[in-house]
Design a protein around this ligand. Structure first.
Ligand code: BGC
Length: 829
């Protein structure tokens, strides 16, 4: 650790015991709302008039998606009603930038944004997307995604923010303010409990009221308090009913509890019914009208859906459109894109979220000889890993190769070599006996190309075949086995990411087999169909891998330092199956680190990975999917042009068996269609604390290139919360960033499950050498409260509670104990 040693400090309570205001009804009553209630949209005469003029067919047309006659490549479209000047709505993904067919700013993945622990930056991120969305002809953004990181395997962990509900709530609120400040309607998703991809379309998530309220719901509540115009219902079921027809969450919580007056749309093809869905509170079916078009009209005619319910949903949609100036033409004119501003924010976020996990012997930053003789290793050293796959994929404005960025930064006279190390796209097949060319085979439109020959293998070996292709996938059989059959599920459908497409854009699929020495029959059929086809058939083998590793080791030995880029490619539609880096990267890293101890591993990964090689490497820099400016940001952090500003927003486990959802299929990935959130409130770091399990890296962890000293902890009452004060000083030689984290211990007065420590506030600080800052972090009444499932309300956690300030969930610097008291009920002494 680069920071100074932990210190305890006695609590200095200003004015005695800490008193927190609770509701006037007295002790253990629900405290005043931590979140300001949203102003309910006033009844708009225009909306009322339109509702009176719309025919039933027109109303229904506003409640489901349709084909866009002038599509910009966005995910969804709802036609307007031209005769009443109701414009259409175009709805685009997504979480890391606007996903249309045109170029847009590819921002770093949301998990990287979250790592900055900076709500102000989240607002700026939102503003970039908001402006671009409007500039690119969109009205609604299908983002932010805020489902909590519950399982390290979840395929969309890069697309969401954190395992911590407070951090998530703060960030989503500001991001939504940013998006909507530009006139784009934000959609918070996926409500609720879409915490994994495996079986997401059918899984029934069983969760108790207390964790539901304290964890997953906190972010959604904050998003709505910030004014989000729309909510997207999740695919999965929650406690027995599909999320898109779930009255307890869509009506009782969202509407009656939180006063939401925007509209709820289904996730794509997540609606399952007409009557149940609209009655429960779904307003719009996307992307088409299986249940909310003809079937809804019939239901109205038959009386099973009162027309008032249709009116209610239309009212919600039109009210949001009215609020955004879409009904009376008062919306600001669509701006031009500002790619330079987008790029600046993308770079700023990538630097701010870059998380230095490990740094021994000052391996980083690269200075002196280590900065002038560098071996760059790994496929994502040359191919920029910009964004994850699925609906968060953005067509980037541009993206530099990290190798080029490192060469440019190292400057003239520096030697920056490159070795592939791990081959993900394969090498040409050894000349097949017939002389057929599998490299760049063009099949003309209408033509069929076939090959039926022999592949001769000299030694038994593991072969990974890679097919690169445009159009329909060619059929390839080896000894009668089809190598690339259609994959089950939707994983196939999602594009983006790294391994699914070659650098020239051809789709890529792989298949690994053990091959015996001798002749193997290979047959290939490729069809040009209407557009023609280009394909390549390649392979890696144990022998080619060994040669790649040997070349990387030679490069590592010949250089003063190594920057090794490792990847893991996650996507919507599929969970990961293991936490190790894919392929043979662990062996590569171990071999390279053994050859050069000044090896810095840069991780372009979605979420946590296990690191059996950790102790042998010099440094590990977690960059996630860093967006279109990722290469420059990575170079800046490696060379110390900026401090690595990120901290983990999720715990990294040591192994596949030591994390919150390990060992019990009912907990993950679910059994017989059901999944029990039996960990209760012990999500993420809360579980590691409760179970006494040591993580690989704790929540909140991240190193700086300088050192900080924390001192002078004070706690005092502040309205209905607490004010936690302390001083932070930069005791090192460089300007750097620390993220001060305030954790709160349990209340002795509550007979409810409580975390041993829970994040209650934080502050990101940049300090110059010798610079000091007095900081006050506010702890809200919500953070001091627990949800009581018997009273169905928040209860204040009174009594003596531990308050600590630290640099991760496991590294407190200052600790004190303070009293939290309910105020005396009004009228009593
Ligand atoms: C995803 C959503 C996305 C939608 C439209 C779905 O598969 O779950 O997050 O907004 O597709 O692309």
């Amino acid at each position: 650790m680069s920071d100074t040693v932990s210190r305890r400090s006695a609590l200095r309570l200003l004015g005695g015991a800490v008193t927190v205001a609770a509701a006037a009804t007295g002790a253990l009553a629900a405290p005043a709302r931590a979140l300001a209630p949203r102003t309910v949209t006033p009844v708009s005469p225009r909306v009322e008039t339109l509702l009176a003029l719309l025919t039933l067919d027109e109303k229904i047309s506003l409640l489901h998606g349709a084909q866009d006659p002038h599509s910009l490549g966005q995910a969804g479209y709802v036609p307007g009603v031209a005769r009443l000047a109701i414009p259409p709505l175009r709805l685009a993904d997504g979480p890391a930038g606007v996903r249309v067919t045109q170029h847009a700013t590819a921002l770093p993945a949301p998990v990287l944004l979250a790592a900055a622990f900076d709500p102000v930056l989240a607002r700026e991120y939102g503003e970039v997307i908001g402006r671009e969305g409007r500039a690119l002809g969109q009205d609604v953004l299908l983002s932010p995604m805020i489902n909590l990181i519950r399982t390290p395997y979840a395929g969309r962990n890069f697309e969401t923010l954190s395992e911590d509900p407070l951090l998530c709530a703060d960030l989503v609120a500001e991001e939504i303010r940013g998006i909507q400040s530009q006139g784009l309607i934000a959609t918070v998703k996926h409500f609720a409990m879409n915490n994994q991809e495996q079986d997401r379309l059918t899984l029934d998530v069983r969760i108790a009221e207390q964790p539901l309220r304290e964890l997953e719901f906190r972010g959604f509540e904050a998003a709505l308090a910030a004014g989000a115009g729309a909510v997207m219902g999740a695919y999965n079921k929650v406690n027995g009913a599909f999320a898109c027809e779930n009255k307890p969450i869509l009506s009782d919580v969202l509407r009656d509890g939180w006063g939401f007056d925007g509209w709820v749309m289904s996730d794509w093809f997540a609606a399952h019914s007409t009557v149940a869905a609209i009655t429960a509170g779904l307003d719009m079916e996307m992307p088409s009208g299986n249940y909310f078009a003809g079937a809804l009209k019939e239901a109205v005619h038959s009386g099973s859906v009162p027309e008032e319910l249709v009116d209610r949903s239309v009212h919600r949609v039109l009210s949001v459109m009215e609020r955004f100036g879409l009904l009376d033409g008062s919306a600001p004119a669509r701006p031009d894109r500002d790619p330079q501003a987008g790029a600046r924010t993308a770079l700023k976020v990538a630097k701010a979220g870059a998380t230095l996990l490990h740094n021994r012997h000052a391996t980083l930053p690269l200075t002196g000889p280590a900065a002038r003789s560098i071996a760059v290793i790994g496929p994502t050293g040359t191919i920029p890993f910009v964004s994850g796959g699925g609906s968060a994929h953005v067509v980037p404005e541009h993206a530099q190769s990290p190798l080029d960025a490192l060469r440019a930064r190292a400057g003239q006279g520096a030697r920056v070599s490159y070795a592939l190390g791990e081959d993900i796209f394969g090498k040409p097949l050894p000349g097949a006996s017939s002389g057929a060319d599998f490299e760049g085979q063009h099949v003309a439109p209408g033509a069929t190309w076939t090959y039926d020959g022999t592949l001769t293998v000299a030694d038994p070996d593991e072969w990974t075949f890679c097919i690169h292709y445009s159009g329909d996938r060619p059929k390839v059989f080896l000894d009668g086995t089809e190598l690339f059959p259609p994959a089950p599920g939707l994983g196939e459908y999602f594009s983006g990411g790294l391994v699914g497409a070659a650098p020239d854009g051809l789709a890529v699929r792989r298949r690994t087999l053990e091959l015996a020495a001798g002749a193997h029959r290979l047959t290939v059929t490729a069809k040009g169909r209407t557009a023609g086809q280009l394909f390549r058939l390649r392979r890696t083998t144990g022998a080619t891998r060994a040669a790649d590793v040997a070349e990387a080791v030679r490069a590592a030995r010949a250089a003063a330092s190594v920057v090794l880029f490792a990847y893991e490619d996650a996507t919507e539609g599929a969970d990961r199956t293991r936490l190790a880096l894919p392929g043979h990267q662990n062996e590569l890293i171990a071999a390279v680190a053994a050859a050069n101890s000044r090896t810095a591993v840069v991780l372009n990964t979605s979420s946590s990975t296990t690191m059996p090689w950790l102790d042998h490497t010099g440094a590990v820099l977690q960059m996630y999917y860093p967006g279109q400016e990722g290469a420059e940001a990575t170079a800046a952090v490696l060379f110390g042009d900026c401090d690595p500003g990120g901290r983990l927003t999720q715990t990294f486990p040591v192994s596949d068996t030591r994390h919150p959802v390990a060992g019990d299929p009912r907990r993950y990935p679910g059994a017989n269609g059901t999944e029990e959130y039996s960990e209760g409130i012990n999500l993420g770091y809360r579980w590691y604390d409760t179970e006494g399990v040591a993580p690989l890296f704790p929540f909140g962890h991240g190193l700086s290139y300088t050192t900080f000293e924390y001192s002078g902890l004070t706690v005092r009452p502040d309205g209905d919360g607490l004010a936690v004060g302390f001083t932070v000083r930069n005791t090192g030689q460089r300007t750097g960033i620390t993220v001060a984290q305030v954790y709160l211990g349990p209340s002795p007065d509550l007979r409810l499950d409580q975390a041993r420590r829970a994040l209650a506030g934080y502050r990101r600080l940049e300090l110059e050498p010798g610079g000091a800052r007095q900081v006050t972090v506010r702890v809200s009444a919500r953070s001091l409260s627990s949800w009581d499932p018997e009273r169905h309300g928040w209860v204040l956690g009174t009594g003596t509670r531990e308050i600590s300030v630290g640099v991760s969930a496991r590294e407190p610097r200052l600790i004190c104990r303070g009293q939290v008291r309910s105020p005396e009920p009004a009228g009593q002494p």
